[in-house]
Ligand binder design. Structure first.
Ligand code: ATP
Ligand code: MG
Length: 445
């Protein structure tokens, strides 16, 4: 198999200000494709040093992969250095320039003149499409003559140069959607097919432990990833066709789905809000949400899904005590005795929302998102959720901890709230597995 060398470019990486996660990602992904890695380098934003590292990598490896330095600023030097190393002039690519202009127009930003620089590429190179950002990278297939011209050893061995931007989410998208399929085809190594099994209610390490026996598989491979208040298991199979890859992955996917049961909530592009929407539609039920500490985040996520008016009845943000009384009919006594952040208030909010929205399910969220406002028995991150339906009520307390930021607490709470609706729709007996820790009241009534 060919060998690859990743060169990460950026002074901030050398200084330790930014962790080189791109090299780690690429190392894992290259191994999955069966491409060897014998060297890896990092270099700062300095032209002579970049050229020297690129030359060395090109000499000793078959594939040179760069990350960083594709941007429009003066310290973005990668393309220029590649052109200089191979003694090849850069030309202005109108197609790339058009894409950059369109991207700025779609975001309603004027395009700074410096972005013209991103449309330059060496003669003879091809475009590596960037599905997420302003500028693409390069794919450059090099044969004997240009390599011999600059005195590279073994010029008869073909070389390949791929360049990626430094922004990790752009690099990951380019790799998955463009570069990995290209490399497999180029080396006639078949195709790569992968799917992500999204989990909620289990941590990354618990997931890795549960499926430890699958993490060493060679084909398909299984890898856990921590997401944004959730985690994922990615199953990737390599084969000569998609059908063959899917057949290889199928037993492993089935094993995970069975083992994870309700903790696996969806795959790939699915989100908790899209799954809740699908379940509500299928059951032909309507939901109404009353939020306090999340300030409408649950509502916003639910209504981000097109067609959600079919199942979202009415959402309210009742932030003040008075609005909880006026809009949701929470009793003044509950607020005085138990406070707005209490199991009792969450229950009255959920029941009030149910009536207010003429809905089938009423969901409530009340808590302390911080960083201020915590008290001894209710520290920052104490959240009460309530779910009311006909002849049904379940409450849940979350203790998300002071260590989390306000936005993390709010997002995590929205995940838990959506998940509560999902579990209710799947099987109401699993909705709140932990009993109340405050008043030991039964959770499901
Ligand atoms: P831009 O158009 O944003 O300038 P670029 O291709 O020039 O993109 P850089 O300027 O090198 O890339 O880096 C852009 C961002 O990506 C920086 O904020 C940097 O912190 C981050 N970054 C760069 N290289 C890496 C890396 N190897 N691993 C993780 N993050 C990185
Ligand atoms: Mg840059």
């Amino acid at each position: 198999m060919p060998s690859a060398e990743v060169v990460s470019i950026g002074t901030e990486l050398l200084l330790g200000q930014v962790l080189d996660t791109n090299s780690q990602f690429l190392a894992i992904e290259l191994a999955k494709l069966g491409i060897d890695s014998y060297f890896r380098s990092t270099v700062g934003d300095n032209k002579p040093r970049i050229r020297s590292v690129l030359r060395q990598a090109l000499e000793r490896s078959d594939i040179l992969i760069t990350t960083g330095g594709l941007g429009p600023t003066a310290d973005d030097l990668t393309t220029e250095c590649i052109g200089e190393l191979l003694e090849t002039p850069l030309f202005f690519d109108e197609v790339i320039f058009d894409q950059i202009k369109k991207l700025f127009a779609s975001r309603n930003f004027p395009m700074p003149d410096s972005n013209r620089k991103q449309a330059l590429r060496p003669l003879g190179s091809d475009i590596l499409h960037n599905p997420r950002g302003s500028a693409p990278g390069l794919i450059w297939k090099l044969r004997q003559e240009p390599l011999a011209k600059i005195g590279i050893k073994d010029p008869e061995r073909p070389r390949l140069i791929l360049t990626f931007p430094g922004v990790p989410r752009e690099l990951v998208a380019m790799w998955n959607e463009v570069a990995a399929p290209f490399l497999l085809k180029h080396f006639d190594a078949g195709i790569l097919w992968s799917t992500e099994l999204k989990h909620f209610g289990i941590g990354e390490s618990a997931l890795a432990e549960q499926y430890a026996h699958l993490l060493d598989l060679a084909n398909p491979t299984v890898a856990p990833y921590a997401g944004h208040a959730e985690c994922r298991l990615r199953v990737t199979a390599k084969a000569h066709s998609i059908e063959e890859a899917q057949a290889l992955a199928k037993p492993v996917i089935e094993e995970i789905k069975k083992g994870s049961a309700y903790r696996c909530y969806g795959i790939d592009g699915e989100t908790l809000e899209s799954v809740v929407g699908k379940l509500l539609s299928q059951a032909d039920l309507k939901l109404t949400v009353a939020e306090s500490c999340t300030g409408g985040l649950v509502s916003q996520r639910l209504t981000e899904i097109s067609g959600s008016s079919k199942y979202v009845a009415l959402n309210v943000v009742t932030y003040s005590n008075q609005s909880k009384i006026d809009v949701l009919r929470v009793s003044a006594e509950t607020l005085n005795v138990n406070g707005a952040v209490s199991a009792e208030c969450a229950e009255e909010m959920a029941r009030g929302a149910l009536l207010l929205g003429y809905a089938d399910i009423g969901l409530s969220v009340t808590g302390i998102a911080g960083p201020d406002g915590g008290i001894e028995d209710k520290p920052v991150g104490t959240i009460f959720l309530g779910l009311a339906a006909k002849d049904f009520y379940a409450g849940k307390i979350l203790r998300l901890g002071k260590a989390s930021t306000r936005s993390e607490i709010r997002f995590r709470t929205s995940q838990e709230a959506l998940n509560m609706v999902r579990l209710f729709l799947l099987d109401r007996t699993i909705i709140a597995p932990k009993p109340w820790s405050t008043n030991q009241k039964s959770v499901v009534s």
